[in-house]
Design a protein around this ligand. Structure first.
Ligand SMILES: Nc1nc2c(ncn2[C@@H]2O[C@H](COP(=O)(O)OP(=O)(O)OP(=O)(O)O)[C@@H](O)[C@H]2O)c(=O)[nH]1
Ligand SMILES: [Mg+2]
Length: 203
């Protein structure tokens, strides 16, 4: 089993020149503001607040890099990977200037960071596909970057509806169903599936 043994915040950055020099692979987390990116990172790292969570949308406004050490039980495999918490998009109450600076920051990350191995795209399980999510997914497809969609806050809908909701989202995003998993930071649903996906991208 893929297991995280240590995690540490490295730094925040806006411009590529300020990214950490580490050549370890990156796994990035991206999605609309307030969708649960920071909560997801804390959950899969078994940490309460390594990534800052807020009920005020738009909390994460910089690119935050974390250094993760992992082991794979029953094998000799171990290593390091960066988790990258990208600032959320689609928050209505920001100025055009802030939206532009968000776009430049995230575009520069995908353009310049050579060691990206996978992107976790978060969408709220209760919401319909948003054009901003579709744009992000099209960009990842066009740049041939591996991604998985996680439908977050799965604890907010009845368990009996999860499967049908995932099917529906897969249709809306024109993706195979195996590209989507349900996730809940509250109940830890989807944690093992997500860790296994991450492992498959960095080993
Ligand atoms: N019920 C429930 N609430 C969640 C879950 N994940 C996150 N939340 C709540 O959603 C809000 C936003 O969570 P964050 O993790 O800060 O979201 P974010 O995507 O990092 O937000 P920004 O950094 O502002 O873009 C907080 O109030 C969390 O407690 C979940 O799985 N279930
Ligand atoms: Mg955040």
């Amino acid at each position: 089993m893929f297991r995280i043994v240590e995690s540490q915040f490295i730094k925040s950055a806006v411009l590529p020149k300020d990214y950490p020099a580490s050549l370890n692979y990156d796994i990035a987390f991206v999605g609309k503001s307030n969708v649960g990116k920071s909560s997801m990172i804390n959950t899969i790292l078994n940490r309460k607040a390594i990534a800052k969570i807020s009920s005020t949308p738009g909390k994460t406004r910089l690119i935050n890099f974390f250094d993760i050490r992992y082991k794979v039980d029953a094998t000799a495999e171990s290593g390091q990977v960066n988790f990258v918490d990208l600032p959320g998009y689609g928050y209505a109450k920001v100025s055009k200037k802030e939206r532009d600076s968000w776009r430049k920051m995230v575009e520069a990350y995908f353009l310049h960071r050579r060691q990206i191995r996978g992107v976790v795209v978060l969408i709220d399980i209760r919401h319909k596909a948003d054009p901003k999510d579709l744009i992000m997914i099209e960009m990842l497809k066009s740049q041939n970057i591996a991604f998985i969609i996680t439908a977050t806050k799965a604890d907010k809908i009845p368990k009996s509806k999860i499967n049908a909701t995932l099917n529906d989202l897969a249709l809306q995003f024109s993706l195979e169903k195996d590209k989507l998993i349900a996730f809940s930071a509250l109940k830890k649903t989807g944690k093992i599936g997500l860790l296994n996906w991450i492992h498959s991208k960095i080993c």
